[in-house]
Write a protein that binds this ligand. Structure first.
Ligand SMILES: *Cc1c(COP(=O)(O)O)cnc(C)c1O
Length: 348
């Protein structure tokens, strides 16, 4: 993607660049060697992050993918099964890391359009260890659900799925890359969403606007084990306060996620009004436009939008994702709708 100033980049909420305040915070950060736990800025970020999701402890890691993969590694033994919904990020977009890094076998659960497995689906997915079967090591859930269009999954559905696993002695990890988007959309505190699970990942570098970093949180024992696995995976960092300082400011960007959601709703309404385009009202900041009726392949739409100055990504053959974030406002959304409208009229 070119960096044309005029481009409205809706590819992802990861494209935001750090604010002046974040750049200053990075420059002025108090630092130390974080592998020795000597970096006061990282320590502060971990304390505040744990507080934000209501866990005992938290660990700062370079990416959401690493956070999830560390969680899989800590919770499971090689050969055990990891169960998760079939469109989960951990299953689809993490390069089979659970198999390669932790030796788990994945069993996918069908959750239909509802994104989170029902208690029955979880029960069916659990296998007991015996002479022939490996046993289930972990249930992983996702909220908001990325591939299902940023769906905010209500707390009771998360609890219901988690309870079945935990009753069977199987821990539960939540891939909450955008858990604060879920919290804002549902009008609950993030800690309520996290309460039914054993560990959670969230990204500082998405809607919250930090340049780098994610958090893996859970109880003290889990985070202590996770710290060793982070080192094993090459994620032990030294004067990381330089990148953790903007992360502290990112934690203050939770409430403003509501603006991104309003912009996404406006974008979806604008796109849905185009001939041959279906864009369901989003729960959060991810809009998925379906163009099968217009006979426009997502790949073609993405290329033409790029030429017209709108960044978006292909999600499926006829599904394209547009994501709002803190670097786009209502005017940008209106301009994007106009540009996409021209593109659709031309391609249809
Ligand atoms: C982005 C994302 C991740 C991975 O985060 P990275 O920081 O890009 O590695 C994991 N899960 C979900 C649901 C995501 O959207």
């Amino acid at each position: 993607m070119d960096t044309d100033e005029d481009t409205i980049d809706l590819r992802s909420d990861t494209v935001t660049t750090p604010s002046e305040a974040m750049r200053e915070a990075a420059r002025d950060a108090e630092v130390g060697d974080d592998v020795y736990r000597d970096d006061p800025t990282v320590n502060e970020l971990e304390r505040r992050a744990a507080e934000a999701v209501g866990t005992e402890a938290a660990l700062y890691v370079p990416s959401g993918t690493m956070a999830n993969q560390i969680a899989v590694h800590v919770h499971t033994e090689p050969g055990q099964e990891l169960i998760l919904e079939r469109e989960s990020h951990i299953y689809r977009w993490e390069l089979a890391g659970a198999a390669k890094l932790s030796g788990t076998q994945t069993r996918t659960l069908d959750a239909g359009e509802r994104c989170v497995p029902t208690p029955e689906a979880v029960r069916e997915g659990l296998v007991d260890e015996d002479l022939h079967r490996p046993g289930t090591g972990l249930l992983a859930l996702e909220n908001t659900h990325n591939y299902r269009g940023g769906t905010a999954i209500p707390v009771d559905r998360i609890s219901a799925a988690a309870e079945v696993a935990r009753d069977a002695g199987v821990p539960v990890h939540l891939d909450g890359a955008r858990v604060f988007n879920a919290a804002v959309a549902l009008g609950v505190d993030a800690s309520e969403i996290v309460d039914p699970v054993d560990s959670v990942t969230f990204c500082l570098s998405k809607g919250l606007g930090a340049p780098v970093g994610s958090i893996l949180a859970g109880d003290e024992a889990f985070v202590e084990a996770a710290r060793r696995v982070r080192k094993l995976f090459g994620g032990g960092m030294r004067q990381a306060g330089m990148i953790a300082a903007p992360g502290l400011l990112a934690l203050e960007n939770v409430d403003r996620l509501a603006d991104d959601h309003a912009n996404a709703e406006r974008l979806a309404a604008g796109l849905d009004a185009l001939d041959g385009v279906r864009a369901p009202e989003p729960d959060t900041n991810i809009v998925v436009a379906h163009t099968e009726d217009a006979g426009i392949a997502a790949a073609d739409l993405v290329t033409a939008c790029k030429d017209a100055g709108v960044g978006c990504v292909e999600f499926d053959d006829y599904a394209t994702r547009f994501t709002t974030h803190l670097d786009v406002d209502g005017d940008d959304v209106d301009a994007a709708i106009d540009r996409i409208g021209d593109v659709v009229a031309e391609l249809a």
